[in-house]
Design a protein around this ligand. Structure first.
Ligand code: RNT
Ligand code: ZN
Length: 418
């Protein structure tokens, strides 16, 4: 069987089928082609980074698994990402954490980082047609402890304020270089393992720290703030809760980052889109897959992700939502993890672009609720997969599971030798 031909034929039939429910497939293809996903650097190396003193582990974050082939230096991260890019269609972004700087073998503490530590990354990204996003890193350091920006100890707090200010200056330099705003995310793990009687105090300190950090206005970067439900070993209290950052973001017009692993498991992240967009300028997504908790499993095409994509499309908010990934599974082939996660996210958005929205809305306007539910249900099994295959074909990336042997080959030649 000629695969290309059958993909083309299936696509032609799908196009007709979609047209019958009022969906313009070509338009959907245009949208999915333009959907830029920010590939997080940290799945390559299990969130360790390249500081000379080493990531001091423990505090704030944890990857589990010890699958061989972790990237051990910047060159290996770049090679792995270049490999990932050969298996995904579209033009994407790259999301760097501050601990991935090129420190030239020197000990550069977090309050000393400079744009020059990231010029190599900027040049590499330009070469590969990627735009860079950035993150301050407050975990995995001797001063991380339980409290960073919310620490009552002024020395520790100032250290992290300085780190975060520098991260913004680096983001600004990146944004200027790439002539496209660098989206900088701020996430801190601050919290308490056990009961605290100072909830208000720590949040008040965090608010003051943020005010200080954000005092300098920039043109080429955008700030996002990411909440969390709880951190491991900090189960009783999280300073930067969703309420905290939502309040701060609305008051100060900052972008809220929604990490799909940072909410109660039955809470709908999709439902937050339309509310936040009314009161904050934009949204950053950390698409992740929580299994029982914020486990950061590889994103798969599940109902939560599809609904999230649908809500963004239904709100006509593509130009206000930045889509990034956030998972780190150290127990499987890491390149494969990326490819699965990116492709799943693209498939979710493609399904959203193919939703027969006009007809559904007409039903709703007429209070035809049976008809609305029926079409929503039928839409699930419309031939979106034929459109997906066609997208892969057009982008010259593997169709269906054909990327498996290609990734096995890279493992055999490259990662298994590390
Ligand atoms: C942690 C947050 C945060 C990190 C990355 C590495 O719970 O989700 O976004 O995963 O910054
Ligand atoms: Zn996240």
């Amino acid at each position: 069987m000629n695969k290309k031909l059958s993909v083309q034929q299936a696509f032609d039939l799908a196009k007709e089928r979609y047209a019958a429910v009022g969906v313009d497939v070509e338009q959907a293809l245009k949208h999915i082609q333009q959907l830029s996903i920010s590939l997080h650097c940290w799945q390559t190396d299990d969130v360790v980074g390249f500081e000379s003193a080493g990531n001091q582990g423990g505090s704030g974050i944890q990857a589990t698994g010890n699958y061989p082939g972790r990237a051990r230096n910047i060159g290996e991260v770049q090679a792995d990402i270049e490999e990932v890019l050969t298996h995904i269609g579209g033009t994407h972004r790259f999301n760097l954490h501050a601990i991935y700087g090129d420190f030239g073998g020197k000990v550069v503490d977090r309050n000393q980082i400079l744009p020059e530590h990231f010029t190599g990354w900027m040049e590499w990204a330009k070469e590969h047609n990627l735009k860079i996003d950035f993150n301050s890193s407050s975990f995995g350091h001797a001063k991380s402890g339980n409290l960073t920006l919310a620490n009552p100890d002024k020395d520790i707090r100032d250290f992290w304020i300085e780190h975060t200010k520098r991260s913004r200056a680096i983001s600004e330099a990146i944004g200027k270089f790439q002539e496209d705003p660098c989206i900088m995310n701020l996430w801190i793990h601050d919290g308490a393992k056990d009961l605290t009687v100072n909830r208000y105090k720590y949040r008040q300190i965090l608010e003051q720290s943020l005010d200080e950090i954000f005092a300098t206005p920039y043109k080429n970067m955008k700030d996002c703030i990411e909440s969390k439900l709880f951190g491991i070993a900090l189960e009783s209290y999280t300073v930067g809760s969703h309420d905290f950052y939502m309040g701060y973001g609305v008051k100060n017009q900052k972008i809220i980052t929604l990490d799909t692993g940072h909410f109660h498991l039955t809470e709908s992240v999709a439902d937050k889109i339309s509310s936040l967009l009314l009161f904050t300028p934009e949204i950053m997504l950390h698409v992740s897959r929580p299994v029982r908790w914020d486990s950061d499993h590889v994103v798969t095409l599940n109902e939560e992700i599809i609904e999230l994509a649908r809500e963004i499309v239904r709100a006509d908010a593509l130009n206000k939502v930045h889509v990034g990934l956030d998972f780190f599974d150290a127990s499987i082939n890491r390149i494969g993890a990326y490819v699965i996660g990116v492709r799943a996210t693209q498939k979710a958005f493609l399904q959203a672009f193919l939703e027969p929205l006009e007809t559904l809305r007409a039903y709703e306007a007429n209070e035809q609720h049976f008809e609305r539910l029926a079409l929503l249900e039928e839409a699930k099994s419309l031939p979106w997969n034929a459109v997906w295959d066609y997208f892969c074909l057009k982008n010259d990336v593997e169709i269906g599971e054909d990327f498996i042997p290609a990734i096995q080959q890279y493992e055999k030649n490259i990662t298994s030798k590390r």
